[in-house]
Design a binder for this molecule. Structure first.
Ligand code: 5AD
Ligand code: SF4
Length: 499
């Protein structure tokens, strides 16, 4: 097990240190001993499976969990019938909660067959007291419940959980703490997410995030830059800067740095090819940011700019702090400065009090803003948010409007994406496409013997599939976009360009 060399210098003699991250390294050393002991007893490695629900933030958190699991000797697996299963949950909409409860039932059955199995829950759902109560009452076989604020304590919590029987619940209401320098196991060797801030201060009236992720905290720019430099030295060519509202980055920092200034610094890192970021609140998107994006050679030509609703009245009750006109003016300004940019959005249908007229306003914005893609959601009541106390629109009454909005968005996206047909664009090759239609696709593309189907991502976030070979994964290639298939392209490599 590769953990020993990494942890052998950790001194266990004086007991657990108070300071972080030393305390977690101490617990990693203890956990590593415990894991190898158990592995000897059962005559095989201990397996661990991390299942991620929800957004990019959770995906990044899961990489942190995997980093610690790997360092302490667990063998990571995709199979939920593992010795240790961790559900990193989402609670942004009720169906995310229901998915977790449904799958927990299945896990309970696995555990009956493997009583040594441990089950942990973390993420946004566990920050809600009602969810924790439900888990205690209905899923007593869960061994560990922890929240978003103490994720950095994972090694300590797992060690404690594996050393005792019964459910360990450790959820904090908030924190102002950011612990750096813990291990991370990246899903992709060549691209990575990076948290630049945690939490949200916006309190959109429908949204549970500020309650479960806490107040906005920005990481120090030097920590962010150091992490990116290390990632680049480790082979990363594309990064995604992550925050609930990246445009308000730096507001709680003493040096008063803005997001645009941070981007300028990130741009200077040699060897880094592409910069993405997510998510931008329209109310905080500055001219300085547009200017930095326009001048940049590395910032991708993609902006995710959640609209949520098109009617001024609904926007006001949502507490979004912009009007339809202001939003459209912003989109126009961005498109004027950066004509080749792709703009995507999030839309909610069925917010309390939303009428047919209001939905028409949303559709009007979709037509005018010309989105390249949009995620459309049916409003979901989240207990504890201001919107939960407003008069709700019954869900069965909004399906028609939802379908109408979805159709409009999809028609628009199809119309927009086709504009690149025939162009040659640079793609980062992300993976082999092993889908059931891969062989047919290769035939349609006239692939040569031995070629596999690769999937790449363009700067504007569009996906393109083309024939190639496995050694090209993680590199940049120039691809001719031969045929648009709805939301993605079929293409072929024209000249190779090394990353
Ligand atoms: N119901 C439906 N959609 C929601 N979102 C956030 N909260 C809710 C809710 N209560 C959507 C918003 C946000 C995206 C991440 O999730 O559109 O931008
Ligand atoms: Fe939720 Fe609004 Fe914060 Fe986004 S900006 S996380 S929608 S409260």
């Amino acid at each position: 097990m590769g953990s020993e060399s990494f942890l052998k210098d950790v001194s266990l003699a004086p007991g657990a240190p108070e300071e972080e991250p030393a305390r977690q390294y101490y617990y990693m050393a203890l956990l590593s001993d415990l894991v190898s002991q158990r592995a000897k007893e059962i005559g095989r490695d201990l397996t661990a499976c991390v299942v991620t629900f929800g957004c990019q933030m959770n995906a990044r958190d899961s990489e942190k969990l995997c980093g610690i699991l790997k360092k302490t000797g667990f063998v990571l697996s995709e199979d939920e019938n593992s010795d240790f299963v961790i559900y990193n949950t989402c609670t942004v909409r009720d169906n995310a909660d229901q998915k977790v409860y449904g799958r927990l039932g299945v896990l309970g059955n696995y555990k009956k067959k493997n009583p040594g199995m441990k089950i942990a829950l973390c993420g946004c759902m566990t920050q809600e007291a009602s969810a924790v109560e439900k888990i205690k009452a209905s899923y007593p076989f869960v061994d560990l419940v922890f929240g978003t604020h103490n994720l950095y304590e994972f090694a300590e919590l797992v060690y404690k959980c594996f050393s005792k029987k019964g459910m360990l619940v450790e959820v904090w209401e908030g924190t102002d703490r950011i612990v750096e320098d813990l291990p991370v196991d990246r899903k992709y060797p060549f691209k990575s997410g990076i948290n630049i801030m945690f939490g949200c201060n916006n309190f959109c009236s429908y949204c549970i995030v500020p309650y479960v992720r806490g107040r906005e905290r920005s990481r120090e720019p030097k920590e962010i830059l150091r992490e990116i430099e290390q990632l680049v030295a480790d082979g990363v060519v594309e990064i995604m800067l992550l925050g609930q509202n990246v445009n308000s980055y730096g507001k709680n920092l003493e040096n008063g740095i803005t997001f645009a200034q941070l981007l300028r610094e990130v741009e200077k890192i040699e060897g880094l090819h592409r910069i993405r970021f997510m998510t931008s609140h329209p109310k905080d998107l500055s001219d300085e940011l547009i200017c930095v994006m326009k001048e940049s050679k590395k910032i991708c030509r993609h902006l995710h700019l959640p609209l949520q609703a098109g009617s001024d009245r609904v926007l006001k009750t949502m507490n979004r702090c912009y009007t339809k006109e202001q939003y459209l003016a912003l989109v126009e300004k961005i498109r004027k400065e950066i004509p080749d940019i792709s703009i995507t959005t999030d839309i909610i249908v069925g917010f309390p009090g939303e009428t047919r007229e209001d939905v028409k306003e949303t559709i009007d914005v979709i037509r005018k803003a010309q989105y390249d893609n949009a995620f459309t959601f049916i409003y979901s009541k989240r207990t504890g948010t201001p919107a939960a106390k407003m008069e709700q629109v019954p869900e069965d009454q909004v399906h028609e409007e939802f379908d109408e909005v979805l159709k409009c968005v999809q028609d628009m996206a199809r119309e927009r994406i086709v504009r690149f047909e025939g162009r040659v664009m640079e793609a980062l090759v992300e993976e082999e496409n092993t889908g059931k239609n891969a062989a047919d696709a290769l035939r349609e593309m006239g692939a040569k013997e031995g070629e596999i189907l690769l999937t790449g991502r363009l700067s504007n976030n569009t996906i393109v599939h083309f024939p190639g070979n496995a050694s090209q994964i993680g590199t940049f290639v120039n691809v001719r976009l031969d045929k648009c298939h709805g939301f993605y392209y079929f293409g072929h490599i024209v000249t190779e360009q090394n990353a």
